[in-house]
Structures are given as structure tokens and as C-alpha cells.
Design a protein around this ligand. Structure first.
Ligand SMILES: Cc1cc2nc3c(=O)[nH]c(=O)nc-3n(C[C@H](O)[C@H](O)[C@H](O)COP(=O)(O)OP(=O)(O)OC[C@H]3O[C@@H](n4cnc5c(N)ncnc54)[C@H](O)[C@@H]3O)c2cc1C
Length: 418
């Protein structure tokens, strides 16, 4: 036997599982298909000294997020004093290039409250239906709410489960000045990872499991799979025997949503201290975005698009995405900002070969599938990753906690059978 546990995927879940197994005294081999650790936690320098997170950026929940202690221990600076900016009551709403009047703003926030209440009522009545079935989608202030669902869940309101939505915990929280992706990479740097090694086939054997990879076969007593539901659904990893129906149904009930981001950097402070904030902007022509404008003081705006429009923009390509983003920032700050854009970055998560989307989102009626996705198969195949979390689903800390959970489950089983 080569190892006790083979872990597939070195994102937050896989790294946390490896650390937990080491703490419990078990050997593991962690393989990662791509050239780097972190998975959907990945930071890129958009301009010298200015970081842009391609994936996770917020330490959701703020002080309670486990990555806060990790950052503090590593001496990594967080924007702890800025978190209130990202709370709904502090959003800046703008329609057709004009800020809402105080009365409109009040009506908009009331609509959001009423929509949340309708979602919670459906869950209380044990009706796990589409959000679009319980909110007033034709309301004057439906566009920013529906855009918020598409950005936050990666699917549009007709495809998001009310129960899944209601179970999600935590406000947007803090960001790391040097990038959440860099924080995860720094925390995971002490874990031994075999990079550029793709799992292709997983076979259960009387002794445990074999994982056939692009670089050879590894034998272990158990495996922890941390890949996204997009990867599990793609069929790129074959299972022998095939996964049971209940597991396949869990995977298909939790398809990947898409949120894409466009980062724009400006050659001067086009926003001023008054302009910094988190914006929700929409126009009658159907264009909309959530925009994080220079909250941490850099000359940077991050434009968020979600759901069908995120995929449509992605298909049009990076130049179209950048133009869309510049248009939305110009909606807020005027056309003069256009000439100050000096760097940009776009994401394309729906076609990312290692995830096939941004995060998993439960289809209407399928919120219960997260528990099934997390359930082991035959005490040999253990499952972790953001999609298996309940409450912190779709987040980096949810992935981290799921890795610890799966490591403990595997350890409990292996200790019992020793
Ligand atoms: C645009 C975007 C914005 C986000 N914003 C936030 C946010 O603000 N806050 C937050 O908390 N979360 C956010 N998230 C979600 C967060 O990034 C993820 O939930 C989390 O990073 C997932 O970690 P994971 O370990 O479950 O999966 P991953 O990070 O996807 O790790 C799985 C790993 O498996 C590897 N892999 C895949 N297939 C194979 C294979 N066959 N063999 C070997 N390796 C394989 C992948 O390369 C990957 O490294 C965001 C995500 C996106 C995309």
C-alpha cells in the first residue's frame, strides 16, 4: 500500500484534509491536476502591488471565518474595518445612471426584505422551489435583487432552490489586501502536493482503492475527492464500480453556477474617497452589475456578473467583457474614466477546465443533496469540497471545513478497520 489516504485536488478542501490527516497521524498523498495549489482560490497581480482574486475574495462571515486566524498567524493584513461597506443596507443603488432617491432606496430595500421573507416562508412551509416562483419578478426593484441572486449563486432565480438559498450563512466579510488566493497558497505551502497529476480512474479494491493518474497508479486505503461537482459530472474521472445512483443524483442536483469577475485598474484615483463603496447598478436595457469600487483604497474596480449573462459575456470573449465592465463603471462615474483604464483582467469560470463553473448551486427541490454529496461510498470514497458544505456552501471556508470533516470520517473508518 502506497499510502493511507489519497486526496484528489489541492484547493482549500484538499489542503485542509491533508493537514488534518497529518494531525491525526495518517499518511496521505495529495494529487493536484493543475500546476498550482489553491484551486478556486487564486490571486493575480492586476497592477504592480495590486492584487485581484480570480475566485474567492471575501472571508465570508468576517471574524468567525477560520481564515482570519490563519491570516493573523501568517501576518497577512485583512480589511477588517471595511466589512460594513458590503452589507446590503450600505449598498449604493443606481438605476439608469442615476442614484436612487431616498424614497426609491427605501422601496428597493423593502422589496429585498419582502423577497427574503417570501423565500424563508417557502422553506418554513417545506416547499423547496425556485426563488423565481416566490418573489415578485415583475416588481420595479426586482432587477437588483435578481442580479444579486445570479451573482451570489451563479444561477438565475428560476434555477436556485429557496431552501439552499435560505440555508446559506454569513455576510461578505473581510478581504485580504494581498489577495485571498495568496493567503490560501501561503497557508497551504507546507503541504506536500504532487502537481500536474490528474486523477483519471478510481477503482475500489478489496484492500482499498487505486487511483490511476496521468502519471501512474497510486494505491491507498481510502480516497478523499475534493473536485467540484462540475468535474464529477464531466465524467473525466471514471469510477469502478460506477458511483451509486444516489450519489449521481446528488451530483446532478448540484450543478455549477457561474459568477465571473472583471478587474479594472486605473492610472489615477478616478473615484476619490467619496466614490469608494459597493454598488448595485442596473439599466432598463437589461445591463446590470455589482461593483466593488476601490473599497481597499486601490484604483481598482471589480465588476461581478452572474448566471446566464455571465456565460453570455464569457462566450463573447475578454474584450467584450472588459467593454461591458468599463460601461458599467462609466454608468457610475461618467465617460471620462474610460481613458484612465490601464490594466484589466477577466475570468471565464464556466469553461475553466479544472472546475467547470464557479461553485455548486442546488436546483429547486434539491437542497437536501448536499448531505448526500458529502456521504461516503462504501467507506472508501470520501467526499469534500465546497459543494458538500451546508451553511457555508460555495465558500472557501466551507471547503476548508469540509476537508477537515472528510479527513476525520476517513480516519475514523481506517482506525476502526486497522
Ligand atoms: C468567481 C468566484 C468568486 C468567489 N468568491 C468567493 C468569496 O468571495 N468568498 C468565498 O469564501 N468563496 C468564494 N468563492 C468560492 C471559493 O473559491 C470555493 O468555494 C473554494 O475555493 C472551493 O474550494 P474546493 O477545495 O472545494 O475546490 P477547488 O478550489 O476547486 O479545488 C479542487 C481542486 O481539484 C483539482 N482537480 C480537479 N479535477 C482534478 C483531477 N481529475 N485530478 C486532480 N485534481 C483535480 C482542481 O484543479 C482544484 O485545484 C468564489 C469562487 C469563484 C469562482
Amino acid at each position: 500500500m502506497d499510502t493511507d489516504v489519497i486526496i484528489v485536488g489541492a484547493g482549500a478542501a484538499g489542503l485542509a484534509a491533508a493537514k488534518e490527516l497529518a494531525r491525526l497521524g495518517l499518511a496521505c498523498t495529495l494529487i493536484e491536476g493543475s500546476h498550482r495549489i489553491g484551486g478556486r482560490a487564486s490571486s493575480t497581480e492586476i497592477a504592480p502591488g495590486v492584487w485581484f482574486d480570480m475566485g474567492c475574495a471575501w472571508l465570508v462571515g468576517g471574524a468567525t471565518n477560520p481564515f482570519v486566524t490563519i491570516a493573523d498567524d501568517l501576518g497577512i493584513r485583512l480589511s477588517k474595518d471595511k466589512s460594513a461597506v458590503f452589507e446590503l443596507p450600505n449598498y449604493r443603488f443606481q438605476r439608469n445612471r442615476l442614484p436612487l432617491t431616498p424614497a426609491e432606496r427605501e422601496a428597493c430595500l423593502r422589496y429585498c426584505d419582502d423577497s427574503y421573507a417570501a423565500i424563508l416562508a417557502s422553506v418554513k412551509a417545506s416547499r423547496d422551489v425556485a426563488i423565481g416562483d416566490v418573489i415578485d419578478v415583475s416588481h420595479e426593484f426586482a432587477p437588483p435583487f435578481m442580479d444579486g441572486v445570479a451573482v451570489g449563486w451563479g444561477l438565475d432565480v428560476d434555477r436556485v432552490s429557496t431552501a439552499d438559498f435560505a440555508s446559506s450563512e454569513g455576510e461578505l466579510g473581510y478581504q485580504a489586501y494581498s489577495g485571498f488566493g495568496n493567503l490560501v497558497a501561503a497557508w497551504g505551502a507546507d503541504v506536500a502536493v504532487t502537481l500536474n497529476t490528474r486523477a483519471e480512474k478510481i477503482t475500489q479494491t478489496p484492500q482499498g482503492v487505486t487511483v490511476e493518474t496521468s502519471k501512474g497508479t497510486i494505491n491507498g486505503r481510502a480516497v478523499i475527492l475534493t473536485v467540484s461537482t462540475g468535474m464529477l459530472a464531466s465524467g473525466e474521472i471514471r469510477f469502478v464500480p460506477e458511483l451509486p445512483d444516489w450519489k449521481t443524483m446528488a451530483i446532478t442536483g448540484l450543478p455549477m453556477g457561474t459568477e465571473n469577475k472583471i478587474g479594472l485598474h486605473f492610472d489615477t484615483d478616478v473615484f476619490g474617497s467619496e466614490g469608494r463603496g459597493h454598488y448595485s447598478t442596473w439599466n432598463d436595457d437589461g445591463t446590470a452589475a455589482k461593483i466593488d469600487v476601490s473599497v481597499m483604497g486601490f484604483n481598482k474596480a471589480v465588476i461581478f456578473v452572474g448566471g446566464r449573462s455571465a456565460i453570455a459575456l464569457e462566450e463573447m470573449g475578454p474584450t467584450a467583457m472588459q467593454d461591458y465592465a468599463v460601461d458599467r463603471v462609466a454608468d457610475l462615474f461618467g465617460n471620462d474614466i474610460r481613458k484612465h483604464v490601464d490594466h484589466s483582467i477577466t475570468t471565464a469560470w464556466s469553461i475553466d477546465p479544472w472546475t467547470r463553473g464557479s461553485w455548486a448551486c442546488a436546483q429547486p427541490g434539491q437542497a437536501h443533496q448536499r448531505a448526500n454529496l458529502a456521504r461516503p461510498v462504501e467507506d472508501r470514497l470520501f467526499f469534500a469540497g465546497e459543494a458538500t458544505a451546508s451553511g457555508a456552501q460555495g465558500t472557501c471556508h466551507g471547503a476548508y471545513e469540509s476537508g477537515i470533516r472528510a479527513a476525520r470520517e476517513a480516519a475514523r473508518h481506517l482506525t476502526m478497520v486497522t
